[in-house]
Design a protein around this ligand. Structure first.
Ligand SMILES: [Zn+2]
Length: 508
């Protein structure tokens, strides 16, 4: 070979890849798709095409490259490697109402997996595919939907690396790890590390494509199901479980140790905690780590899944007492309400004579529509019935006479209502479930936290990012008001979950 040709090839190699050790040209084509839902199968309304397309038609092409923070992490890292071309595969957006939606219809599932298959057929072949899934999807007639998504993709894409990232509320088992090349799950709740886990997925993908890594997986089901309210990773034992996983990862470079705590409000056969370990071609090591994590979760099951919380009356009594002591703002986590429409905390606060409280928020599309139809405007005096109808646990509508302090746009909503009544009390009404995770909403609606002693949030754990981790809350009470997501799982009527899972069936 002539010297000039060799030089030319060397220069090309240098520019085709930022890793100078890499000898071959590796201009990979990687597809990116997402299909995410946390399905509350006890919630009243199914999730169909209308729900998935409420905010617009499925994402296509480059829209996918910025679809969520997992994908942002994946794309940024792959771009840094500089050796791959990224392409979006047609994928549905997030469904309206998020996790207050029930069973996904077969029609919707087939439509979106079909669109992915068609895209892969038309635009492929791909060298690898990255799938950003949630893991707690429940689909009518399909017991393990995430595994089925990967199987359908593989049918067209063939035997290529398929890397999956999941939320830690995922309900999965070996069926997913049997078909995916690697599964990586976030480790923090509130979910701060989705970008980081997306980056790890990118690194795994590139290492597999370059034949530097041969992933083998080991999956375990400890047989423990926990309510979301006990899963915050800033508290024990959720914190120790994730710390144990990170310890394994730090001790042995190249292993990836994931734990999904699971989502208890989906009545599915693979419900509950899942351990998924990836190693580089070392099945024995993967099994050993998976066994250790599995056994540890079983050992801490009582603390993790068996605690009791105060009921509504007791929780409100404790909150008022804390406010009187000056530990304001007091946060009431109304963690169990998944449709956002329940009125238990509101009516109990009124009953116990609380003042300076704020309910953020109650979802009540009926009321918003009625205010619109009757031409109501901010500063009007109104008497309205609030919430209390969306599901059988929602309580009763509460009649409120007061002032419509705000009736205008907020965030993705065209109208949000703020009702002021009694001794400086406030109820914020949104058209659907709105999980308040920080104080931004207050300023946007002309409310001030300085004037609020007690704030009740429809949130289990995510509120901690804006109220607890920054030291804002003077006191926090998680209250087990009636709802579709109770802390006491033993009262839920499951049909499909394993008959030996703790604490629902196994009391030991
Ligand atoms: Zn989650």
């Amino acid at each position: 070979m002539k010297k000039s040709l060799i030089l030319c090839i060397s220069v090309l190699l240098l520019f085709s890849c930022d890793n100078s050790k890499q000898q071959e040209t590796d201009d990979y084509k990687i597809g990116i798709a997402t299909f995410s839902h946390e399905t509350c199968t006890f919630c009243p309304r199914p999730t169909g095409i209308n729900e998935f397309e409420f905010y617009g038609p499925p994402l296509k092409g480059d829209q996918l490259l910025n679809a969520n923070s997992y994908i942002n992490g994946f794309v940024d890292r792959i771009t840094e490697y500089g050796c791959a071309q990224l392409e979006g595969i047609t994928s549905p957006r997030g469904a309206v109402g998020g996790s207050s939606g029930s069973w996904i219809t077969r029609e919707a599932f087939d439509k979106y997996t079909g669109a992915m298959q068609e895209d892969i057929l038309n635009k492929g072949p791909y060298d690898g595919i990255y799938l950003s899934l949630h893991g707690a999807m429940a689909v009518t007639g399909i017991p393990k939907p995430e595994a089925e998504i990967v199987r359908r993709i593989r049918k067209i894409a063939g035997d290529i690396p398929v890397i999956v990232t999941l939320d830690l509320h995922a309900n999965e088992d070996h069926e997913l790890s049997d078909v995916a090349s690697g599964v990586i799950i976030i480790k923090r709740y509130p979910h701060y590390d989705s970008y980081y886990q997306g980056e790890r997925a990118a690194r795994l993908m590139i290492n597999i494509l370059r034949s530097n890594y041969n992933p083998v997986m080991s999956t375990r089901k400890p047989g423990v199901i926990t309510p979301s309210v006990f899963q915050g990773t800033g508290v024990s034992p959720a914190m120790e479980i994730m710390e144990r996983a990170r310890r394994w990862e730090d001790r042995i470079p190249g292993v990836c140790v994931s734990v999904a705590f699971g989502f208890a409000y989906a009545d599915v056969p693979d419900v509950g905690a899942t351990v998924m370990v990836i190693t580089n071609d070392d099945q024995e090591l993967a099994d050993r780590i998976a066994d250790d994590m599995n056994n540890y979760i079983w050992r801490v099951r009582h603390e993790f899944a068996g605690k009791k919380l105060p009921d509504t009356a007791e929780g409100v009594r404790l909150s008022i007492a804390a406010a009187k002591r000056g530990n304001t703002p007091v946060v009431i986590a109304d963690h169990s309400d998944r449709t956002g429409n329940s009125t238990h905390i509101l009516s109990e606060l009124i009953k116990q004579g609380a003042s300076n409280f704020c309910i953020a928020t109650i979802s009540d599309k009926r009321l918003i529509d009625k205010l619109k139809e009757t031409g109501r405007q901010a500063a009007d005096t109104v008497t309205v019935a609030v919430g209390g109808y969306a599901d059988k646990y929602a309580g009763d509508p509460v009649e409120i006479s007061g002032t419509l302090a705000y009736f205008n746009k907020y965030g993705r909503y065209d109208k949000v209502a703020v009702l002021k009544f009694g001794d400086n009390n406030t109820v914020i009404i949104t058209p659907d479930l709105h999980q308040v995770t920080d104080t931004d909403i207050l300023g946007n609606l002309d409310l001030s936290l300085d004037e609020i002693d007690i704030i009740s949030l429809k949130s289990r754990v995510h509120f901690r990012r804006g109220f607890y981790e920054n030291g804002l809350a003077g006191a926090i009470f998680e209250v087990d008001a009636p709802g579709l997501g109770p802390a006491d799982l033993t009262n839920i009527e499951y049909k499909n979950i394993p008959r030996d899972i703790y604490p629902v069936y196994s009391k030991e």
